[in-house]
Write a protein that binds this ligand. Sequence first.
Ligand code: FAD
Length: 294
Amino acid sequence: MTFIKRLPKFEYHSPKSLLEALDLLAKYDGKARVFAGGTDLLVSMKKREVLPEHLINLKGLAELKGIHHEKEGMKIGASVTLDEIEHSKMIQDKFCALWDAVQVMASPQIRSLGTIGGNLCSAAPSADTAPPLIVLDASVEILSSQGKRKVLVEKFFKGPEESVLKPGEILTQIMIPHPLEKSTGAYFKLMRRAAMDLAQVGVAVCLSFDSEKRICRGAKIALGAVGSTPIRALKAEQILLNKEIDETVGKEAGTIAVQEANPRSSIRASKEYRREMIEVLTKRAVMAAYNRIN
Ligand SMILES: Cc1cc2nc3c(=O)[nH]c(=O)nc-3n(C[C@H](O)[C@H](O)[C@H](O)COP(=O)(O)OP(=O)(O)OC[C@H]3O[C@@H](n4cnc5c(N)ncnc54)[C@H](O)[C@@H]3O)c2cc1C
């Protein structure tokens, strides 16, 4: 049983710019952690899982804010809250799998604090924004005093609570390319209760169709909470390609998706139950995406 205690002592820093935040990270090398909403980090500190001596607040930094429509796609600042995404008409219209995901995350109170960047950087296998961002071909921009790098969200996760982020690096934004014509998506999440729970299984789908919206020409499927990181279900995607989508094809994709996952048993669900639910949710997500375009 994990005991939640009071927060341990730490020194608080509120930098005025990204540059200052990077300098602070370098100065307190290994002893500092950045945070945005604090909905993951402060809980981990109360459980004594992490004990940083310095906390650097990124929330006030203008460079990490805003949802911007740009020539190459949509840029979402790392400190954009889940609540801002939930209320973005642009995201609802163009990137519905991501919009679906934030609707079923936590509670309104947590969504008003928690950020998209924090959700990715915590690197939980169940992170709800990860599968939608993977099927949307999103990438993240990572900044350090050494410079910038860009990493596909699909390649961002390395293991439970482990990402490609190195000490001294800050995730600054998420870039999502413009969706293809006649494309759509959906995210389905299974939880033990209707809200305030992490995913037992999460499935995101992005499909694109021919000009008559009949034949599937592009398919991406990503699964969360089914292994040590969120994953693509590459073989299941192949099942959908160049076919008319119906319940039979959706079910077939679900059956194949199960074979690509490696779920484990935990307090949230047994691996057997997760396997059954991957099949069910994949079919539902495929059909929901198809019905959205037709
Ligand atoms: C009651 C409750 C319910 C929840 N429900 C869900 C849920 O349904 N689905 C779900 O996926 N999650 C859920 N969460 C987890 C959490 O709320 C989300 O992951 C949230 O998006 C985290 O964002 P944050 O800004 O609060 O992260 P923080 O706690 O501020 O940071 C999390 C981690 O990311 C790092 N970090 C933050 N921003 C950056 C950055 N820009 N660059 C580098 N590192 C950074 C921090 O150092 C820390 O390690 C829940 C949490 C609680 C307490």
